[in-house]
Design a protein. Structure first.
Length: 379
């Protein structure tokens, strides 16, 4: 079995569900320990960076024999939950696919980048430096990448998220907002005494739907398309026979380059302000709880060209390595924000965050080979 696939099987077999997403979940400690040991055996210099209790980043370094450029290979260790999955931690190969939680998102990319670095360490690096960063918590708040860039930098980076072996030079951002409508509690038989906060939220939802339609009608970004929003979670009320005095909506807004947190907040606050002006009894407030920016690499940067050349020399199936952008957010934006120009490049498959997840085995090997070649060309 190819060593990258053997490593991938070992990683999928380890439960690394993000404990912020699923309270009580295993987290990244066990998989981080396994990766650290694997890289130590391959003679990489290994540094463990504690980010939070039981949640360490693992960094492996290969130093060249002479000065040169540095390249970071970065991927996350955590996965989403496994509800409804038959055997999430049983890495089963069926035909040309490997199944299991995290197989595509993104233990395949992590296995590919680690095995590329291990092969480089075995033969020696002529020039430069390779940094392999396996980080925690990308599926929630990216505390791992935030911690990584406080201590590590590089001339460029490849984040090995699943891209179907395309070179992605950007991705969308997101913002999470809360909208809370107020009402007045009263017995259900006394309509003149009560104000229904849930009914009032219906007015907000109607206008949010109109805003989403407007966003998706706007002129699209050439690679990222348009912004969008959706209502994610809603709760309110206390019992069937009472008027609800509060209703809370949590929504997500997906952003493109050029849209700021302030733009997002303003759009939703404008809806609430208009409703309060129309009805003096309408009460609501908006808060922006978390946001990450969209990202796009400068069109003339040398990294995607170098990666395309490496892909062309190692992949007969994808000789042109087409350039694209991803709809999902990634740690590349954090690396770039810290001054590390970044692209995304990883294996293909299907089932991200779903009950049936798999990665194409051949893509993992192709990704590994391309990254190994890129290191040689770049450094």
């Amino acid at each position: 079995m190819d060593p990258a696939i053997a490593l991938l099987r070992d990683l999928v077999a380890i439960n690394s569900v993000n404990p912020t997403l699923v309270p009580g979940a295993a987290g990244e400690a066990q998989i981080a320990a396994a990766i650290a040991e694997h890289m130590r055996r391959a003679k990489l210099d290994v540094i463990v960076q504690d980010v939070a209790a039981g949640r360490p980043n693992v960094i492996g370094v290969v130093e060249g024999r002479a000065p040169g450029r540095s390249l970071m290979l970065c991927g996350h260790l955590d996965t989403v939950g496994v509800d409804g999955m038959r055997a999430p931690f049983d890495p089963e190969i069926r035909g040309d696919r490997l199944h299991g939680r995290g197989s595509q998102d993104m233990k395949s990319g992590v296995a590919a980048m680690i095995d590329a670095a291990c092969q480089i360490a075995a033969r020696g690096l002529e020039k430069g430096r390779v940094i392999v960063a396996a980080v925690v918590d990308e599926e929630y708040a990216s505390i791992g990448a935030d911690a990584l860039v406080t201590e590590w930098t590089a001339d460029a980076a490849v984040v090995t998220e699943p891209t179907d072996l395309e070179i992605a030079v950007g991705h969308k951002g997101f913002a999470w907002l809360d909208v809370e409508t107020g009402g007045r509690a009263a017995h259900g038989s006394r309509p003149k005494d009560g104000r229904d906060a849930i009914m009032r939220m219906g007015r907000v939802l109607q206008r949010l739907e109109a805003l989403d339609r407007d966003l998706q009608r706007r002129a699209p970004h050439p690679l990222l398309g348009t912004g969008s929003l959706h209502a994610s979670i809603i709760d309110g009320g206390r019992e069937l026979s009472s008027y609800p005095d509060r209703c809370r909506l949590q929504l997500e807004r997906r952003t493109i380059v050029g849209e700021s947190e302030e733009d997002v907040r303003h759009d939703v606050e404008a809806i609430v302000t208009a409703l309060m002006q129309e009805d003096r009894e309408f009460e609501a407030r908006v808060s922006l709880t978390f946001a990450r920016p969209a990202y796009e690499l400068a069109a003339d940067h040398a990294l995607p060209r170098a990666l395309a050349q490496a892909a062309a020399s190692t992949q007969a199936r994808h000789p042109e390595a087409p350039t694209s952008a991803m709809s999902f957010w990634t740690d590349a934006a954090i690396l770039a924000g810290a001054g590390i120009p970044s692209v995304l490049f990883g294996p293909g498959g299907a089932g991200l965050h779903s009950k049936e997840e798999y990665v194409n085995v051949a893509d993992v090997i192709a990704c590994r080979d391309t990254l190994r070649q890129l290191v040689s060309d770049w450094c």
